[in-house]
Design a protein. Structure first.
Length: 154
């Protein structure tokens, strides 16, 4: 009789499971830490992901280091460090060719060439241009390279 007299109650809600992703940085203790977390927190689902040996090998690569002048697809910053210039006198550009090739063209034309001829009354040397240039960002995708240059300028 009581079952028919009481209004329908909403169905009981299922307990909500919370998922935790855990990435361990120590390969030898990762299973111990995962088991410890699971025993402490019973209502949680924990996914443990160890660091792969492959990623460790990539960081410790024995591949020859490419000199900065041979790198491609970069955003670079040239800062003139001659006698009458301060560090605020700089130029930011992006290239898809090698940095050395772009500096060779800056030797003969463009804003860096114009700065050297007007301010220092001389033609810039290639080694000096390469020494005073730093790579800000390396990116393989052209669109991302454009965005990176815009961010570097701002």
């Amino acid at each position: 009789m009581d079952k028919n007299a009481t209004p329908d109650q909403p169905p009981a809600q299922k307990p909500q499971k919370i998922i935790i992703y855990h990435q361990n940085h120590f390969l030898d203790r990762y299973q111990e830490e995962c088991h410890a977390l699971k025993s402490i927190i019973n209502d949680f689902r924990i996914y443990c992901k160890p660091i792969l040996t492959r990623s460790l090998l990539m960081r410790n690569s024995t591949a020859p280091v490419i000199p900065s002048e041979a790198t491609t697809n970069v955003v670079y910053k040239f800062s003139c460090q001659e006698d009458r210039c301060d560090s605020s006198n700089s130029y930011i550009g992006r290239i898809s060719t090698t940095l050395r090739r772009r500096m060779q063209s800056h030797r003969n034309q463009g804003s860096i060439f114009q700065h050297f001829t007007e301010t220092h009354i001389m033609k810039p040397r290639l080694e000096k241009l390469l020494d005073q240039t730093e790579i800000l960002h390396k990116e393989n995708y052209f669109r991302m390279l454009q965005i990176s240059k815009a961010v570097s300028i701002t």
